[in-house]
Design a protein around this ligand. Structure first.
Ligand code: OAA
Ligand code: MG
Length: 650
């Protein structure tokens, strides 16, 4: 394989541009060529006579009147292009070409020499500013906006103009801004994506254009992406099927690949596969941008996915693919179908699994309930619930338990109650592994009943249902932990996203457990202060979000040039995350590093993932390289990673 990892920090100088090359300069010849090419394109695209084209236009108008997008509905043919995208080399670009390319624009930091050599004199204000001043301006603007969506829109506009500045602002203010570019705000953005839409930021691949997937991929304006996040929008966060609007999650996750791990933004590729939607609100919305059709059968979707995976590998052979927010059955199927042949992983199964395990390892230490005495109830048995529980089983087996004994520590609950073999419904494949057979014919229909029966030490929520951890549920958990002895603390992880889907709030958890809770949620809660006399006790929540895993896992896999993502690599992302806390964090009783240190954590995760890739024999880096690193221990490998990450305007 070629050097995927090595160009993370140094994007090619023949950088992409929203402005395509030379066509504008040689006017008459160029415009003739352009119109010829347009004609050819039109005929290749739609090999019909002009009469037919006129009638299509007519139909498009009629379809639009019906609230349909005629073009998207009607087009089934293969798009044949007779040209490929050409790029202006960065060194040759001048004037507005430089200012309008977000990868090249340096805002007010252009030096006097650059302003002359790039023909920028007078195109920007005379002032020259350092990074801090520009960051300050951005933060002032963000603070001046009153709603999270408005703040998001400001940030999105900044991103479309000056990528270095956008990422500097994000990295330096990650606690305040991550909730805007990611969960919870990104959930609202996805819900309204078709209305908020102003410019493309991803590849939109409709099932109607499945014959043209390679063409679409080649149209992406950046060469050789290293990481793609792909969704089909069928289960976005806990918000359900959002169709093409789910593309926001691919965009948000990739902003964190850059912000939280330092993968160059030019190397990231967000994709949405549009195969329709079951969301009636979307289907009725005249502004909806996706295909107005019900979702196809799982078999048809599988074929589409097979075609996508093959095309992606043909066009971008080194790209790692992260599956995101596919609904449960597809999520499991695609992971098992592709994981041995492609460089891919599923964030909701493996990423969530690893991040929750990483936090759980620290939580057990704080809980005063020995590992062997832990009993875990999971509310929610979808891709995340089962993924997390399996990751924890692996942890227990690595600590010497048999697989059966490890599995016996978990009780999974879904909308029908405790998942058992004999409860009378047909269990979907992914639930069978954890189905209980030791219930002596009893069925436990409510969470309270399950808690009374199991007497758990930990309760994990992945239900996408706000408020299912009620006061009586949380108090019952505390009582069952207290019964084991004094000083014991309950572990409570309401993990569903965004905040509107959280199983309970941090404040509730603190109050209902008299402050003893060890808490982690998927989306961020603020610290909670309780007055006691003149003083106040502050309780610190943890955010147990995949953001602590997928960026580092992806970075490690890319830099190791891993041919696939193995269980060992995923496991090591969890184990190393648990080890990445500093003394202050441990002293504060946290189970994840503070979010301000997410880049440090990603670096540790990436390093251990790289080493795991090598142990597993899937790293394509030359053996001499590994031997050299081994001589120096982690220091050399850490430096190798640091030298390759993007840290703009530093
Ligand atoms: O995106 C997040 O915050 C975590 C996640 O993968 C999900 O909830 O599906
Ligand atoms: Mg997800």
């Amino acid at each position: 394989m070629a050097t995927a990892g090595s160009d993370i920090s140094t994007p090619r100088s023949t950088s992409p541009s929203s402005v395509f090359s030379g066509r504008s300069s040689h006017t008459s010849v160029a415009s003739k060529r352009l119109s010829l090419s347009l004609q050819r394109r039109q005929s290749a695209f739609n090999p019909m006579s002009s009469v037919d084209i006129a009638s299509i236009e007519q139909r498009m108008k009629m379809a639009a009147l019906d609230g349909l997008r005629g073009y998207a509905q009607d087009h089934y043919g293969e798009v044949k292009q007779d040209h490929t995208t050409e790029y202006i080399p960065k060194s040759a670009a001048g004037g507005y070409q430089v200012l309008r390319e977000p990868l090249w624009n340096k805002g007010l930091s252009f030096t006097p020499e650059e302003r002359v050599s790039k023909n920028l004199t007078g195109l920007i204000p005379h002032a020259m500013e350092n990074t801090d001043t520009q960051v300050e301006r951005c933060m002032k603007m963000i603070r001046s906006r009153s709603t999270p969506i408005d703040k998001y829109l400001y940030l999105s506009s900044l991103k479309s103009q000056n990528l270095d500045l956008f990422y500097r602002v994000l990295i330096d203010n990650v606690r305040d801004l991550m909730p805007l570019v990611y969960t919870p705000t990104i959930g609202d953005v996805c819900l309204q994506y078709s209305t908020l839409y102003t410019r493309p930021e991803a590849l939109y691949i409709s099932i109607k254009q499945r014959k043209s997937i390679r063409t679409i991929l080649r149209n992406w304006p950046h060469p050789n992406p290293e990481i793609c996040v792909v969704t089909d929008g069928s289960r976005i966060l806990g918000l359900g099927d959002l169709g093409v609007n789910g593309v926001g999650i691919s965009i948000g996750k990739l902003a964190l690949y850059t912000g939280a791990a330092g993968i160059h933004p030019e190397k990231t590729l967000p994709i949405v596969l549009d195969a329709g939607t079951a969301n009636e609100d979307n289907l009725k919305d005249p502004l909806y941008l996706g295909l107005r059709a019900k979702r196809p059968s799982l078999d048809v979707m599988q074929e589409f996915m097979d075609e996508f995976m093959e095309a992606a590998r043909d066009v971008f052979p080194e790209m790692l693919i992260q599956f995101e927010d596919f609904e449960t059955e597809k999520a499991f199927n695609y992971l098992s179908r592709y994981r041995d042949q492609y460089r891919c992983f599923n964030d909701d199964i493996q990423g969530t699994g690893a991040v929750v395990l990483g936090g759980y390892i620290g939580a057990v230490n704080l809980s005063n309930v020995p590992l062997d005495d832990q009993r875990l109830v999971f509310m929610g048995a979808g891709s995340a619930g089962v993924g997390v529980a399996k990751q924890m089983v692996e942890y227990y087996t690595r600590r010497g338990l048999s697989e059966q004994a490890a599995k016996d520590k978990f009780w999974l609950v879904d909308t029908k109650g405790l998942v058992t073999w004999d409860r009378g419904d047909k269990l979907p494949e992914h639930k069978k592994y954890f189905a209980r057979s030791d219930n002596n014919g009893h069925q436990f229909r409510t969470l309270e009943e399950v808690i009374e029966y199991v007497r758990p030490s930990a309760l994990v929520g992945l239900t996408a249902t706000f408020g299912v951890f009620t006061e009586s549920v949380v108090r019952a958990l505390k009582a069952s932990v207290d019964a084991g002895g004094s000083g014991r603390r309950p572990i409570l992880f309401p993990l569903s996203n965004p905040l509107t889907k959280a199983e309970c709030t941090f404040e509730q958890a603190v109050q209902w457990t008299e402050g003893t809770v060890i808490f982690a949620s998927g989306s961020p809660f603020s610290p909670f202060a309780v007055k006691s006399g003149d003083a106040a006790v502050t309780y610190w929540p943890n955010q147990g979000n995949n953001v602590y895993v997928f960026p580092g896992l992806g970075l490690g896999a890319i830099l190791a040039k891993a041919s696939k993502i193995t269980d060992e690599m995923v496991y090591m992302s969890a184990a190393s995350l648990a080890e990445s806390l500093n003394a202050e964090e441990i002293q504060k009783g946290l189970i994840y590093p503070r979010i301000e240190r997410v880049r440090d954590a990603s670096l540790v995760v990436a390093r251990e993932v790289m080493k795991a890739a090598r142990r597993e024999g899937v790293s394509m880096l030359p053996e001499e390289q590994w031997v050299e690193w081994e001589e120096w221990g982690d220091v050399a490998l850490t430096k190798y990673i640091k030298d390759r990450v993007y840290d703009p305007l530093k």
